[in-house]
Design a binder for this molecule. Structure first.
Ligand SMILES: O=c1ccn([C@@H]2O[C@H](COP(=O)(O)OP(=O)(O)O[C@H]3OC[C@@H](O)[C@H](O)[C@H]3O)[C@@H](O)[C@H]2O)c(=O)[nH]1
Length: 450
């Protein structure tokens, strides 16, 4: 009797455990894939992709697709959103109680274009696991290209591109561009470098090495395999301060005025404080441009240079430190929004899909001059704080903190060259891009991932 009772208890416990496990599995699968069984998840994953490709027409009134027909980069927006705004992360489940992460690998991938062998290119993206890189990778993959990513994961994250791991057109390699790398490719998008001020100032020597040695290595590779090379340069090279006193970083926290030229066009040479805290990045990129044109003139490497202005969007690190992600995370957490300085400094914010459009157009265009890619819609930092506050949490307070050393006072791109040579201009209004980015961070928070 006792034995039987014991057996019953055992088997009841086992059943309960099994049931719990089954329930947990089902919950997990549905959490991960938004469906009830692995088969369903596979089918939905695949079918939703197929369905989304049929909505590829561009609509004049609302943004339903991104990209440009001339370079075959048009993809339905919802297909991209499926990758960065899944109902739940595709491959992860975070249990808040046990603080454990489960990885569930889907075996199917979203449908990518099937290109004839002559049209399919092998494309290397350095820094492809980062914020900008991962969106570029998504687009190139959906376009049907063969993509190789190298990243050292200093600021990049494997989770940004996990949804392509295992795809026959995709390869991911942990590698630091400071060391040489050899591979047969047709195009190189050289994006590898931390881009947020707190990150690139964390280890300035490494930042300079990444810009200088990384660019030499990638240009050497481009020369050797005759690949076309695109450098992700920066608007940070433009600041010009009328220098009243030569600023010594640890003695002076003064900002000496505004840039001399506004908006900044490619013909403006800029003037960076070579010993300030931002120099490791800004001067690093300036040398990277010098190297790029030296390889072009001396070794006939086919080069492109994009001068990228402030860019934001889903997959920014929540602790990135740049203004858009800071304000959104602060508002979502019910914290004060921190304006550095009095908030009158300006920036022009471009949404990530616009930048990816510009990068692909530039890579496939004949223009080998530097090209500004940015949104000329200029905002004061205070008005950006108010916009984010109103979108996320109208009860949030805004506070002011000390301005960082050498913080540029005004920044706005002149995009005449991009419009003229590439037929490119940004299409995402800031409010819409902010809403999409808020959506992303909110999902990340709900999933317990930030
Ligand atoms: O929480 C914050 C963060 C930033 N800021 C301010 O917002 C402005 C923008 O700051 P960000 O850090 O986002 O970006 P910055 O314009 O300073 O640097 C940028 O410039 C060139 C690009 O190539 C780089 O990717 C990016 O670092 C600055 O005036 C900064 O002081 C705040 O007021 N509060």
């Amino acid at each position: 009797m006792n034995t039987s009772a014991g057996q019953n208890a055992d088997s009841a416990e086992k059943n309960a455990t099994n049931q719990n496990e089954t329930a947990a599995d089902a919950t997990m699968i549905s959490l991960v894939n938004g469906s009830d069984s692995p088969e369903d998840a596979e089918r939905i994953h695949w079918e939703s992709g197929r369905r989304l490709w049929r909505t590829v027409e561009k609509n004049a009134d609302t943004i339903t697709a991104v990209g440009h027909e001339c370079v075959k980069s048009v993809v339905p927006l919802d297909l991209l959103r499926y990758l960065y705004l899944p109902r739940h992360p595709h491959d992860r489940y975070f249990d808040t109680e046990t603080r454990t992460l489960s990885y569930i690998r889907s075996r199917s991938f979203l449908p990518v274009k099937s290109l004839p062998p002559g049209q399919r290119k092998r494309i290397l993206v350095t820094g492809g696991a980062g914020f900008v890189g991962s969106h570029l990778v998504d687009r190139l993959m959906l376009m049907g290209q063969e993509v190789i990513v190298i990243d050292n994961y200093f600021t990049g994250r494997k989770s940004n591109i996990a949804h392509w791991i295992g795809h026959p057109n995709f390869e991911l390699i942990r590698h630091d561009v400071v060391d040489p790398f050899l591979i047969e490719v047709d195009q190189i998008y050289h994006l590898a470098c931390p881009a947020s001020p707190p990150h690139y100032q964390h280890n300035p020597i490494k930042t300079v090495k990444t810009s200088v040695m990384g660019t030499i290595n990638m240009l050497g590779l481009a020369k050797r395999v005759k690949a076309r090379f695109l450098l992700a340069s920066t608007s940070g090279m433009y600041p010009k301060y009328p220098i009243l006193h030569y600023p010594i970083p640890h003695l002076s926290t003064q900002i000496y005025g505004d840039p001399e030229v506004h908006p900044q066009s490619e013909t403006y040479w800029g003037n960076v404080n070579p010993i300030g805290p931002r120099a490791c990045y800004d001067e690093g990129k300036r040398v990277a441009e010098t190297l790029t044109y030296a390889y072009r003139h001396q070794d006939h490497v086919n080069v492109r240079v994009a001068r990228i202005f402030n860019t934001y969007g889903p997959r920014m690190n929540e602790n990135d430190g740049r203004v858009v992600s800071n304000f959104i995370m602060q508002a979502l957490r019910g914290e004060e929004l921190t304006i550095y300085g009095d908030g009158s400094q300006t920036r022009s914010f471009q949404y990530i899909h616009d930048l990816v459009d510009g990068l692909i157009l530039l890579m496939n265009n004949d223009c080998d001059l530097p090209v500004n890619l940015g949104n000329p819609d200029e905002y004061t930092i205070r008005s950006l704080a108010e916009l984010v506050r109103d979108e996320v949490n109208p009860d949030s307070n805004i506070t002011t903190l000390k301005a960082p050393v050498d913080d540029p006072k005004r920044r706005k791109p002149d995009i005449a060259r991009a419009e003229d040579k590439l037929g490119w201009k940004p299409t995402w209004p800031v409010r819409q891009g902010i809403q999409e980015t808020v959506h992303y961070f909110r999902r990340q928070m709900e999933a317990g991932l930030v």
